[in-house]
Structures are given as structure tokens and as C-alpha cells.
Design a protein around this ligand. Sequence first.
Ligand code: SAM
Length: 260
Amino acid sequence: MRNPANDPGPTSYEAELRRHNEVLRRACGVQVDEHVLDIGCGAGETTREAARIARSGSALGVDVSARAIERARELAQAEGLGNVAFECADAQVHSFPQERFDLVTSRFGTMFFADPVAAFTNIGRALRPSGRLVMMVWQSHERNEWDVAIHHALETVDEKQGPDPFSLADPASVKQILTDAGFTDVNFTDVHEPVYYGHDVDAALAWISGFTCTSETLRRLDATAATRAIGRLREMLAAHSTDDGVWFDSRAWIVTAHRP
Ligand SMILES: C[S@@+](CC[C@H](N)C(=O)[O-])C[C@H]1O[C@@H](n2cnc3c(N)ncnc32)[C@H](O)[C@@H]1O
């Protein structure tokens, strides 16, 4: 039987990551007077959340997608938040105010830089001395059941498509990147929480059909092969369907670091 307490509601990015977000919020520990920068903020859920807590401070969300920033502004305005702002920019090269922020955070928005050392160097300059970085990134493909299962069903196990969401999965290389970018005290916390894809197989299929790997693969197949692939996706989703919806195991890191 469905337990409403376990039900994140209709599928959305917020619902998918509800459990992760609770962990990230605790790790960020935003204080009432802090100034927060949210990198790759998307529609700004985490930025708005930071702004709500930092009532005497502020939150700035930055994303390279104009559509996401438009949506983020609409949602913040609808909520009447006066201490939040959004900018459409590439965080790797954007001219942030220097030494302005107490905390730089990101929920899965820092894995897509063309030059990670340049990007984190640029972002680090926006932090005040002793300011902190708290970001959530995916662990490797192999440790993320959702990605393994989708690629297996699509029969694209070894194919890389588009930007790599697992580019910051390896702690040794991330430590090197952040150290080269001028950060210290780099630490990793294992986050083992499931992702939610919807109430039932139909909702979950509609959701994962929006993933780049799924849409690109289905687009390349002829009609018969696409129908078969959708059948395999349905079977795979049905195997993960519970009374509380469709869930997959996942592994992420919370990476923390400081500016000296
Ligand atoms: C997986 S989404 C996460 C969105 C948001 N953090 C959330 O959790 O709802 C990754 C986001 O990073 C943004 N992004 C990718 N590269 C970026 C860059 N160089 N500068 C700013 N944003 C970037 C994308 O546009 C996308 O909105």
C-alpha cells in the first residue's frame, strides 16, 4: 500500500532528488546572514531554499541555460523572495563579485565545465577568505543503478553521449582539480540515497524519456527498434516499481573544500 509520507508527488527534478536535497541542505548549514552562490542552479530550488534560510543575507543562482534562469526568476517572484537573484552565465568565466560569498554550493551543477580547474579557480575568487564550497556530484556510472539500468535497457552500455554527469566521480582527480584551483581541506562524504522517477511505470518512462541518453538513443533508432527499446525500458522500470513509486539506487558525493 502507498505510504503518503514516502511519496515525493508528481515527477519533477525536485521530487527525484528530494532525499539528496535533505542531505545537501544539512551539509551546507546556511546561516541567517550568509551570502550564498549556487552554481548551475537550474530552476533555482536550492537557491530559493538558501535565500529562505539566509533571511538577512542573500542568494545568487547562476546557470548557463536562459530557460532555466527565466523559470528560476518566475518561481522566486511567485514566492515573494526579496533576497534572491539569478544570472544567466557560464560559471567558468563569469565575472563574479570578488570575495563576496560565504558559501558556494551546487546540486549536480558543476560536472559540465570545459576546463574544471579554470572554472573552480574563477568560482573560488568569489568566495571570501575561509569561505566554503559544498557541492553534490554523482559517483561513477557503475555505482549509480539508475544509469546502469537505463543504458542496459537501451543497449548503449559503453556509449558516452553529451556532457558527462560523472566527470567529478573520482575523489583523487577532484581533489587535484580543487587543489590546483586554490582550495584546501577537500573532503568527500558518501551519499547513498535513492532517486525517484514517478508514481508508476508510465510516469517514470515519461520522465526518463527526457534524459539526453534516452532521447538521443531513441531518436537514432528506426521505428521497430525504438518500440523494442521502449518495451525494454518499461520492463526495467516495472522491476523497480514499488507501492511508493519507481525508485533506483544511487550514489553521490558531497564534496567540501575551503578557500584559504
Ligand atoms: C543537472 S542540472 C542541476 C540543476 C540544479 N542545480 C538543480 O539541482 O535543480 C545541471 C545544471 O548545470 C547547468 N550548467 C552546466 N554547465 C554550466 C556552466 N558552465 N555554468 C553554469 N551552469 C551550468 C545546466 O544548465 C543545468 O541547469
